[in-house]
Design a protein around this ligand. Structure first.
Ligand SMILES: Nc1nc2c(c(=O)[nH]1)N[C@H]1C(S)=C(S)[C@@H](COP(=O)(O)OP(=O)(O)OC[C@H]3O[C@@H](n4cnc5c(=O)[nH]c(N)nc54)[C@H](O)[C@@H]3O)O[C@H]1N2
Ligand SMILES: Nc1nc2c(c(=O)[nH]1)N[C@H]1C(S)=C(S)[C@@H](COP(=O)(O)OP(=O)(O)OC[C@H]3O[C@@H](n4cnc5c(=O)[nH]c(N)nc54)[C@H](O)[C@@H]3O)O[C@H]1N2
Ligand SMILES: [Mo]
Length: 778
């Protein structure tokens, strides 16, 4: 398969979903090599007794039997459930150096990893190794470190609750809290901000709330691609006259028009329905100013109401009885000048007022957000500001209202609940200690950025990855690659070949694991695993397809193997737990609040809801109240280290996902809704900026990012595309531009790489023959 065809660009005129989605699903099926088998399995997606979709973390209504997968869920399933195998013969044919020349797309396309492999430095090939030998090698490396804190234990958000619980139990019994995870690059800021404001770092709404909301605000999210099943509640909301208000610099098709693929009449009549009632296009990183301006309007109207005796704008009783700090916050609103709000938000005063009016008109409001909010310097402050706004009108802890950080990976939220957390709460550690009787490490561990720093500095020497693609998902790519290769041992527990396997430490292992779609058979029979969605619903997932090879093992079995080799039967008998996952769930029930009768409650269709204290207006903050945060606005959105370069950036770049990818997994080269086809190495820029900067659409350029640390960060040979994007902004696909994100450019209080705010300059292309070299670059 050739990776890169010619770039074609034609603005997309169809609706989201609809025929385009059906065509794309059919292609994914056929390409899996086992379409009929997969079709049967797909019909079980998100059904009782079936598997949880390995796509996103959007939740589903239990029961009703309707088909419950979307285009991108189908792609995820067919990508995992392929007949192609990456086995010992494959690795005998290709050296690691040769594989590095291949694109990320090509690597994963080769198929499922089917047997454990060990890197042989002398021949530069991976060679087969037995499972026991692999476990013994890991144990040897872990046992000889000077301190357990010299090992990093990464987790990606597909790991089940059972796998995550065992993993953290093993790692803490081994002696460290070094749990860098994908969440550090994703919704970390949501967790930090919500914990501080309302006492729980999770969203407060369930799917049922969407049906009752009068307004749904969607900030920095592209659900048409990344959470397609969210489009239906949005459509339903518009239908019944609720406001759906979008804040996104790009006009995302998935927020504009929608054709339900499950409704034949709408499809045949080609009828598309609007998905929003207002659309605002702020500056990158401008949302803090947007939300503050909305609050400032509310405050102005509340003041007027107070003096005229008109109906209150604020929920005065809620503010008085449930919250702390409103006075300081209102003073902060007074202290923030309108001119600064207009400048930083990128919206006009009239637009800001319109947004505030839409908000104030609604009795019940849900605010949703995703990466357009979290991957910024001021992400924690922005999310706290969203909560501030919601508090003013009591939009928390009642039906149809609340906050909804829409999660990414299908079990990223569950992994945190299970203790994948480098800064675990004391109550969690106390509970572990009580149940398992060993003294747990209390000091903080490394997050993703700190782990990279430690490996670069030689302070961390072993890296174990439970899923994911650490080499490509992280910032500052060349430094991260170096960090992995500095290690004495790298271990990747994976389903598919990716670049992380090609950045081996001195020694390296690939441990092939079962995925969500595979039947997981243990001593007591086929096993279910459990996951938690964005609405805190816990449900079971049963694999449906026989694994491609008998050599693959489940994630719990692999973790148990590593644990037993390293620690023996301490603090539990690992193999007994793996024989029947009910035993793992029993331990979870005995350790974590909210999981009583875990095994029994799973039998209900749709699973069960983990109670959210905010739904009954209990605030688990230090003060016992919902807390306002009165941050001043940053003086400028440009970080000090950008200003210190003394250079003015040409543009501010955001990195985003195309319609044909799942994070670093690239399914194809089309971004259907944005009209970009055939290529991913493109830079979307406003035509006015091209003119201003003296470039032409179609030209190839190098992109250089600004950060005053003496390191040159450059990607080469990107094609300029004139696109409907606000002037001064640019957009390009992740992970191709990750080399431009400085490791030290992180969110305040969240440590999340600022992947949506990269100051860049364009330079003439330094590639001689870009077309030919493209494969090597990706
Ligand atoms: N098919 C598919 N599904 C996925 C994924 C995938 O890669 N593919 N990834 C999963 C994961 S892990 C995650 S975290 C989610 C990600 O889901 P999203 O957050 O939707 O993903 P992004 O593509 O990063 O989109 C960010 C959106 O925010 C907008 N944006 C960027 N900067 C700003 C800003 O400063 N302000 C505002 N208001 N908007 C901004 C962008 O224009 C874009 O529409 O999706 C999950 N689901
Ligand atoms: N520039 C930029 N960087 C970003 C982002 C961005 O928007 N811009 N987004 C960030 C976000 S939100 C996230 S969540 C991270 C994602 O970071 P990761 O979660 O680390 O990356 P993925 O691409 O999801 O990982 C894909 C790999 O996971 C493995 N895998 C798939 N399924 C399974 C499974 O069931 N079990 C196991 N063990 N392995 C499996 C496969 O081998 C596959 O190659 O990237 C972050 N990086
Ligand atoms: Mo994510």
């Amino acid at each position: 398969m050739s990776d890169n065809t010619k770039l074609r660009y034609q603005p997309y005129s169809g609706p989201a979903a609809g025929w385009g989605a059906l065509r794309s699903v059919a292609r994914a099926w056929l390409d899996s090599g086992q379409p009929i088998k997969n079709l049967k399995a797909m019909l079980k997606t998100n059904q009782h007794g079936g598997f949880d979709c390995p796509g996103c973390a959007w939740g589903d209504e239990p029961g009703n039997g309707a088909v419950k997968f979307c285009e991108n869920g189908a792609k995820a399933v067919n990508w995992e459930a392929t007949r192609r195998a990456v086995d010992a013969r494959f690795f005998a044919r290709h050296s690691v150096s040769q594989l590095r020349e291949q694109s990320d797309y090509w690597l994963e396309y080769q198929g499922r990893l089917t047997e454990p492999m060990r890197y042989d430095r002398a021949s530069d090939h991976y060679q087969p190794i037995g499972w026991d030998e692999a476990f013994a090698l890991i144990a040897k490396h872990l046992q000889r470190l000077d301190s357990p804190d010299q090992a990093e234990f990464y987790t990606s958000g597909r790991a089940s609750n059972e796998a995550a619980f065992l993993y953290q139990l093993f790692v803490r019994a081994y002696g460290t809290n070094n749990f860098p995870d994908c969440s550090n690059m994703c919704h970390e800021a949501s967790g930090v901000a919500l914990n501080a404001s309302i006492g729980v770092g999770k969203g407060s709404v369930t799917l049922a709330d969407f049906a009752q909301a009068d307004a749904i605000l969607v900030f920095g999210q592209n659900p048409g691609t990344n959470h397609p099943r969210m489009l239906e509640p949005l459509r339903e909301a518009v239908h019944r006259g609720a406001q759906v208000v979008c804040f996104n610099p790009l006009r995302e098709r998935g927020l504009e028009r929608f054709q339900p693929p499950q409704e034949p009449l709408a499809m045949l009549g080609n009828r598309a329905e609007p998905l929003n009632t207002a659309y605002f296009r702020p500056a990158l990183g401008g949302d803090l100013a947007v939300v503050r301006a909305m609050a400032k309007y509310l405050w102005q109207w509340e003041r007027e109401a107070r003096s005229s005796g008109a109906a209150a704008v604020f929920d005065r009783e809620f503010l008085a009885t449930q919250t702390l700090g409103v006075e300081a916050y209102l003073a902060q609103l007074d202290a923030t000048p309108w001119a600064v709000l207009v400048e930083q938000s990128g919206l006009s005063l009239a637009e800001l007022e319109q947004a505030a009016r839409l908000y104030a008109k609604a009795d019940r409001v849900i605010v949703c957000w995703a990466m357009g909010i979290t991957q910024h310097h001021h992400s924690v402050a922005t999310i706290r500001e969203i909560v501030n706004l919601q508090l003013l009108r009591g939009n928390l802890g009642r039906p149809g209202a609340g906050v909804c950080p829409v999660r990414g990976h299908s079990n990223v939220q569950g992994d945190r609940t299970m203790g994948i957390n480098e800064r675990p709460p004391a109550a969690f550690l106390d509970a572990l200690e009580r149940r398992f009787g060993f003294s747990v490490p209390r000091h903080h561990g490394h997050n993703t950025v700190e782990a990279i720093g430690a490996m670069l500095a030689g302070q961390a020497r072993v890296f174990i990855g439970l899923g994911g693609n650490f080499a490509q998902a992280t910032p500052d790519t060349p430094r991260t690659h170096q960090a992995l290769m500095n290690c004495e041992l790298t271990v990747q527990i994976s389903t598919k070949l990716n670049r992380s396997h090609l950045m081996p430490g001195h020694e390296a292992l690939i441990l092939p694991c079962l995925g969500r779609t595979d039947i997981d058979r243990q001593a007591s029979g086929p096993q279910a695993v459990t996951v938690e969605d964005s609405f805190s619903m816990i449900h079971a997932s049963y694999g449906q397809l026989p694994p491609l090879s008998t050599q693959m093992r489940s994630e719990p079995a692999i973790i148990a193997g590593i644990a037993e080799a390293t620690l023996g039967k301490h603090p539990v008998d690992w193999s007994v737990l793996v024989a029947n996952y009910k035993a793992i769930r029993q331990l979870i029930a005995e350790t974590l609040p909210g999981f009583g009768d875990f095994n029994q409650r799973l039998e209900q269709p749709g699973g069960f809801h983990l109670e959210h204290p905010v739904s009954t207006r209990q605030w688990q903050t230090a003060s016992g109240k919902a807390e306002f945060a009165a941050h001043p606005l940053p003086p400028t959105l440009l970080h000090r280290r950008i200003r210190q370069t003394g250079q003015q950036p040409d543009l501010i770049l955001q990195s985003l996902r195309s319609h044909d990818q799942y994070n670093t997994t690239i399914y194809g080269f089309d971004d259907r809704y944005r009209g970009v086809r055939g290529r991913r190495d493109v830079l979307l820029v406003n035509a006015l900026d091209l003119q201003r900067l003296g470039w032409e659409a179609g030209q190839e350029v190098d992109i250089v990012s600004l950060w005053a640390d003496g390191i040159e960060r450059r990607v080469r040979g990107f094609t300029l595309l004139a696109y409907d994007i606000p002037p001064g902004q640019a957009a390009a696909y992740y992970p191709e531009i990750n080399p431009l994100v400085p490791l030290e450019s992180v969110g305040e209080g969240s440590y999340t790489p600022t992947s949506k705010f990269i100051a860049i300059c364009l330079e003439p292309c330094s590639l001689k023959n870009p077309e030919k070299l493209l494969g090597a670059l990706h």
